[in-house]
Design a protein around this ligand. Structure first.
Ligand SMILES: NC(=O)C1=CN([C@@H]2O[C@H](COP(=O)(O)OP(=O)(O)OC[C@H]3O[C@@H](n4cnc5c(N)ncnc54)[C@H](OP(=O)(O)O)[C@@H]3O)[C@@H](O)[C@H]2O)C=CC1
Ligand SMILES: CC[C@](O)(C(C)=O)C(=O)O
Ligand SMILES: [Mg+2]
Ligand SMILES: [Mg+2]
Length: 489
């Protein structure tokens, strides 16, 4: 098997990377009809498997689970997840031959093995689905010619796929049909119905390609979504403690600060998030973000280049072949950080106090979102996709940190995202050493506004620059169609 993207001509690479059509509500008029009465079998019942299955069943579809024999025999968490929700469960031999749609929601590392086992059992003309295109694009997996291959990629952790659905909303979703596997020309209608069943149509669906999904998803998760949040959490916590802020207060400020800031981001973009700061703090956050962008640009470019060339996937697959030695070591190290181990204070912190005392966190979000968006769009990824993959998803990841810090984020995201997040984090922290040495507690841990005045002309210029960044333009357009978006409880 060879990297599919690298086998394409440049023309075809650009065409697939640039495929990204924002779908109108009326294109979903048929609802879930195409899947009603079809037997849908999900393989794996983890972060995506469980939550997509629950949404699809609530949408009136026939959902059951195929688990590997040992998961059933040992009643592993996947079995317990499916069983507790009263889903029908069986092994591959029992479940796959009668399935019309098989949804592979096992970890990316397992896809070649799982798909190779499942493919001979699939009935003629059935459909196989993925939620991330790594196996097809980076590993070059070939699927039987009679099988239709589709992808529905929620731009969200699995837990939030469910939470947003329960709120009557959804998460932005990329859908695609693999051009090499659509023998009956039915993939598009099926995957549209699948998007309605998971709730994606309420938040925004992009008709995209496997290639565009993989290259943008890997970039978003490694940089702004998980990498930046991890790096900035650890550095900000350590800085506060070094400057004498009570550790339990510092831990709480970081754990929940991301959620407060990105809730403002979700509803009104960077403009609204920055407007929620005091004017002196906004100016300071803007300046810090500018510095951060200069320092981190080469790292963002490196991640994008390595993702595009296949270098990233090659090194991660070497780790797979090496029993995940790097992933497991880095996971353990993250569990041992002082931020992770510090109990949070029971003291109440008001929403405004979170905003006032987190100028540096706001700067990290602004720098990370704009850099991720700019790097992706300069590499051929479309604006809508880059927006979902940076700004819109950041709050959904922040929700996981608010539950149980970085442990929860890294547990909920895919192993692929977790690996890329650590890779970024380890390269980023040393780059930020000099920057962090200059940081004082007036930008993290305490309020900036008390001691500072505002130059009106400077503020006007900064407001204009924040509002006119291209991500704010596309964001306002996309959010205008998110009429069902709800605020956090
Ligand atoms: N995590 C997320 O939120 C997101 C994930 N995705 C994509 O969704 C897919 C699923 O990821 P995710 O939900 O994180 O996966 P998980 O890590 O949650 O694992 C899913 C399930 O796979 C089963 N599994 C593990 N190894 C095997 C194997 N060798 N054979 C069969 N089953 C196995 C596990 O059950 P058991 O070990 O009990 O058999 C587990 O319940 C990936 O392609 C990922 O990139 C896309 C968007 C977001
Ligand atoms: C951000 C990580 C992710 O891509 C996701 C939740 O969307 C993943 O692979 O888990
Ligand atoms: Mg993703
Ligand atoms: Mg991912």
């Amino acid at each position: 098997m060879e990297n599919y993207f690298n086998t394409l001509s440049l023309r075809e690479q650009l065409a697939q990377l640039g495929k990204c059509d924002f779908m109108k509500a009326k294109e979903f008029e048929n609802g879930v009809q195409q899947l009603v009465g079809k037997k849908i079998v999900i393989i794996g019942c983890g972060a995506q498997g469980l939550n997509q299955g629950l949404n699809m069943r609530d949408s009136g579809l026939d959902i059951s689970y195929a688990l590997r024999d040992e998961a059933i025999a040992q009643k592993r968490p996947s079995y317990q997840n499916a069983n507790a929700e009263n889903f029908k469960i069986g092994n591959y031999q029992e479940m796959i031959p009668s399935a019309d749609l098989v949804i592979n929601l096992t970890p990316d590392k397992q896809h070649t093995d799982v798909v190779s086992k499942v493919m001979p059992l699939m009935k003629k003309g059935a459909t196989l689905s993925y939620s991330h295109g790594f196996n097809i694009v980076e590993e070059g997996m070939k699927i039987r010619e009679d099988v239709t291959v589709i992808m529905l990629a929620p731009k969200s952790p699995g837990t939030e796929v469910r939470e947003e659905f329960k709120r009557g909303f959804g998460v932005p979703t990329l859908i695609a049909v693999h051009p090499e596997n659509d023998p009956q020309n039915k993939g598009f209608e099926l995957v549209k119905a699948y998007a309605v069943a998971t709730g994606g149509d309420k938040a925004g669906v992009l008709n995209s390609s496997f290639v565009a999904e993989v290259k943008s998803d890997l970039m978003g998760e490694q940089t702004i979504l998980c990498g930046i949040l991890q790096t900035a959490s650890i550095l900000s916590f350590d800085k506060m403690v070094e400057k004498g802020i009570e550790p339990s207060y510092a831990a709480k400020l970081v754990q929940y600060g991301w959620e407060v800031l990105t809730e403002a981001l979700k509803h009104g973009g960077l403009t609204n998030m920055m407007d929620r700061l005091s004017n002196p703090a906004k100016i300071e956050a803007y300046k810090l973000a500018d510095e951060l962008k200069k320092i981190m640009l080469p790292l963002f470019n490196k991640h994008m280049d390595d993702i595009m060339s296949g270098e990233f996937s090659k090194t991660m697959m070497q780790d797979w072949a090496n029993d995940d030695i790097n992933l497991l070591t880095w996971r353990k190290q993250t569990e041992q950080t002082a931020f992770e181990k510090t109990e949070i204070t029971s003291q109440d912190i008001s929403e405004q106090e979170f905003l006032d005392n987190s100028t540096l966190l706001a700067a990290f979000i602004k720098a990370g979102v704009e850099l991720a968006y700019d790097t992706m769009t300069k590499s051929g990824i479309k604006a809508e996709s880059a927006y979902y993959e940076s700004l819109h998803e950041a709050p959904l990841i922040a929700n996981t940190i608010a539950r149980k810090k970085l442990y929860e984020m890294n547990r909920i995201i895919s192993d692929t995202a977790e690996y890329g997040c650590y890779l970024f984090d380890h390269a980023c922290k040393p780059l930020l050493k000099n920057f962090m040495e200059k940081v004082e507690k007036n930008v993290i841990g305490q309020s900036f506004s008390k001691t500072n005045e505002v130059d009106n002309q400077e503020l006007i210029k900064i407001n204009e620059q924040i509002r006119n960044h291209p991500i704010e333009i596309i964001g306002a357009k996309l959010r205008a169609s998110m009429t069902a978006m709800k605020k956090l409880d």
